[in-house]
Design a protein around this ligand. Structure first.
Ligand SMILES: *[C@@H]1O[C@H](CO)[C@@H](O)[C@H](O)[C@H]1NC(C)=O
Length: 187
């Protein structure tokens, strides 16, 4: 291998293992805890406190698949609106979505997800229900990005510019739910 090619190969390998993060953006005054559920054989991600009005960034292991829900302090810890993600999948693509399948009544915690460096694609709703979240397993609402830093908004945001993120969520491609469940790699 030519030295210059070796260098670019190594640089690509480093880039491929850039740290994954999810930054939780609290949009109201409620303190919450985010509870992570890992898919089988995936590392556990610690539950994380997100104080009202603050942003908290969580590091996520390479190629991690799983989901999270958020609970306001003092409320029962039951699964709610889910942020679902499959990081670093086929060709380095990260898949994500917001899912109401488990608990469509949880309307004030996980709201929307999007890649940190871009305005889109966006999954989820400013106000639930909307057409950009999973309500049925065969909906096609999974989004894809090459970025490894995601944002996930929590809580109400009537005055926030993030509200406007639902504008053109339809204009970016969506994929079936199998993709975020990590089943895209099976033949
Ligand atoms: C949190 O992140 C959002 C999205 O990037 C940004 O608009 C907001 O200003 C940040 N808030 C704080 C408290 O840093």
């Amino acid at each position: 291998m030519q030295f210059s090619k070796l260098i670019s190969f190594l640089a690509a390998a480093v880039a491929a293992h850039a740290t994954n993060t999810v930054t939780f953006v609290s949009q109201d005054a409620s303190d919450r805890t985010v509870y992570f559920t890992s898919n089988p054989n995936m590392a556990k991600v610690p539950d994380t406190k997100v104080p009202g009005g603050q942003n908290v960034t969580v590091e996520i292991p390479h190629a991690w698949q799983g989901n999270w829900f958020a609970v306001r302090d003092g409320e029962p810890v039951v699964p709610g609106m889910l942020g679902e993600v499959a990081f670093n999948g086929w060709n380095g693509i990260t898949y994500f979505d917001v899912s109401a399948i488990v608990n469509p009544n949880d309307k004030n915690n996980v709201k929307q997800m999007w890649p940190a460096g871009e305005e889109e694609p966006v999954s989820g709703c400013v106000l639930f229900p909307c057409n950009f979240a999973y309500y049925l397993p065969d909906d096609v609402q999974t989004k894809a990005t090459l970025e490894t830093d995601l944002f996930c908004s929590l809580g109400s945001s009537e005055a926030s510019s993030i509200d406007k993120r639902s504008f053109d969520a339809d204009s970016t491609p969506s994929f079936p739910r199998d993709f975020v469940m990590g089943r895209w790699s099976k033949n």
